[in-house]
Write a protein that binds this ligand. Structure first.
Ligand code: SF4
Length: 124
């Protein structure tokens, strides 16, 4: 399986430093790849990145909340679209990438490596 970074990612980057298999990369260019992304073919599901994320944006693939209640002031970065701030109580489906119909957060993570810059983004 894999862990997945979701629309709660605000690019803190602490996850990168703890991943034992170095499979997390910050998306570039940021307007196309606004989050950090986990390579699903390399992730060993160790879970080390989860507590490092100050925004609680990372979940095991099969535990991504489909009804996630936002806290007041919590920010959401859609895969496409402007970042927005919750008043509190809004419920969003974190399995979806947000801003692209039918496109999941897991697909976004996988596509970054399969069809996007992937590890090359480290040199961009
Ligand atoms: Fe890396 Fe472990 Fe997080 Fe997978 S679960 S991205 S291997 S730190």
């Amino acid at each position: 399986m894999t862990h997945v970074i979701t629309a709660l990612c605000l690019r803190d980057g602490a996850c990168v430093d703890v991943c034992p298999v170095e499979c997390i990369v910050g998306g570039k260019p940021e307007n196309e790849w606004p989050w950090f992304f986990i390579d699903p073919n390399t992730c060993i599901d160790c879970g080390a990145c989860v507590p490092e994320c100050p925004y609680e944006a990372i979940f095991p693939l099969d535990e991504i909340p489909s009804s996630y209640e936002l806290k007041p002031g919590q920010e959401v970065q859609p895969f496409r679209g402007e970042r927005w701030t919750a008043a509190g109580g809004e419920v969003i489906d974190l399995t979806m990438a947000q801003g692209v119909d039918g496109y999941t957060a897991a697909q976004a993570n996988a596509d970054f490596y399969a069809n996007g810059p992937g590890y090359q983004a480290r040199n961009m």
